[in-house]
Design a protein around this ligand. Sequence first.
Ligand code: ATP
Length: 563
Amino acid sequence: MKYSELCETYEELEKNPSRLKKTEILANFLKKLKSNADTIYLLQGKIYPDYSEKEIGISDKLIIKALAKASGISDSEILNKWRKLGDLGKVSEEIIGNKKQHTLFSHKLTVDKILENVRKLPELEGQGTVDKKMSLISELLTSADGKEAKFIVRTLLQDLRIGVADGTLRDAIVKACFDQEEDKKQITGIIQDTYDKTIDWKIVFEKAKRGIKALEDSSLEPGRPVKVMLFLKENSIEEGFMRVGRPALLDYKYDGFRMMINKEENGEIKIFTRRLDNVTKQFPEVKRYVEKYVQGKSFILDSEAVGYDVKTKKYRPFQEISQRIKRKYDIERLEKELPIEINVFDILFYNGKSLIKEPFKERRKILEKIIKKEPLKIRPSEALITDDLKMAKSFYKKALDNGEEGIMMKNLDAPYKPGARVGFGVKIKPVDNEFDLAIIGAEYGTGKRAGWLTSYDLACRHGEELLEIGKVSTGLKEKEEEGLSFIELTKKLKPLILSESGRNVKVKPEIVVTVVYQNIQKSPTYSSGFALRFPRITRLRPDRSIDDIARLAEIKKEVEKSI
Ligand code: ATP
């Protein structure tokens, strides 16, 4: 396919803000896409599936140099234009467009050529890398017209600006591959399931073209991450039993972070977080524990990693060990200072076979059989199967006395549903007035706090949208050494600033925080229609993405409960 065809679709998508219209444009494009389904990645502004960790990793500076090389215009002139237009994509469009205006231009760039060159970029290492990258980019720019140059540059900078979210792509695949009369809602569900298992829209699209059966046949593959199953919340053990049935399996709700541990057929072990980040390098001990204490040729384990104190061996709150997730250096020291225990609570795949359709009780039996319990290293989660309310309550008390967050109650007959928050399990914990929310804006303080962002605008989710739900300015410490401070939060937010107006800034929604509040009020001031009363930030959630924040529906449910 010619790249210019794709660019036309990009432009149409850029021009049409309505989601419905975008779905239609994408669906029309997909209908034409006969071969090279990798084009799907380019539609997402990517070159590989969502789970891939390969980063294109091109800086603004390098783009300017490549643009100078391809156009013969000086770096400083390009910089000037950039200052004026604020978008290197537009700058490239103008510069390359002007140059090509007078020549008879034949569109020779293909989607394959774009993928070929851009995919070489993350592979380059060592001496001469910068020059090689520059030639790959300027080769593309030289053969491009203005419009093509704009989108090449935006793809390289990973900022396509066409507003295509996963939900839109999913709906477009439904529209492109299935007849109008067929049950849209059910098909949309099946397509989403396939994505949650594969994390790859190309696979989903190819299967969708072959029909429902192909979609339903999609299987897990150790080494390729899947979206984790999520749980609902109930306020009491009685309600928990009502939701998951009796008897149920109860296990501790550890205050740690989710780890999906994969062993591939070839023995390789890969560890993913709930956000699908590969953290294998950060946790060498987990690899050792799995090799030593878990039997099986291949598997996918779902677990919670929880930190413990080196001296007392008591569990520590998540916040104290959270730095291990992101830290890429000093790993050995961190492993000793902030050790973790792996509590395995589910298994999705074992020895070449997917288990997600098996009842939970069978999955639990397998995981207990294959994991050798080694406290402070790896073990099946502490669990009890019971139908007795008294026993359940004393298990809950034991969990809390032990410092856990609470307990989980799970339906013994349920399958595992990747990516879904279904009632196959519920969490029961004492504090219920809290939500994970995104920070979407902030305000600079005054007086002693001038220069620091000290009040934060919070948002929940409604579909793809983020809706404001109030401001928060308490809960943070004054000094960095005392815990989560506004200094630390300012440092995290500053690089995300999108625009400023007076003392207020809008930020890219990336930071997720847990906010405790007293009650929720209806409020016309905020786009969600609600405001949290007496909110207080209790912690940062680096392990969460904005996909994980509270939904408007959950907030409404809480409001209804309190009436
Ligand atoms: P929370 O903020 O309460 O941890 P959440 O939104 O992260 O909730 P939920 O699915 O609602 O996710 O709650 C379950 C979470 O609790 C899991 O994501 C997992 O990280 C953690 N967890 C701890 N122990 C267990 C366990 N035994 N079984 C399942 N999940 C557990």
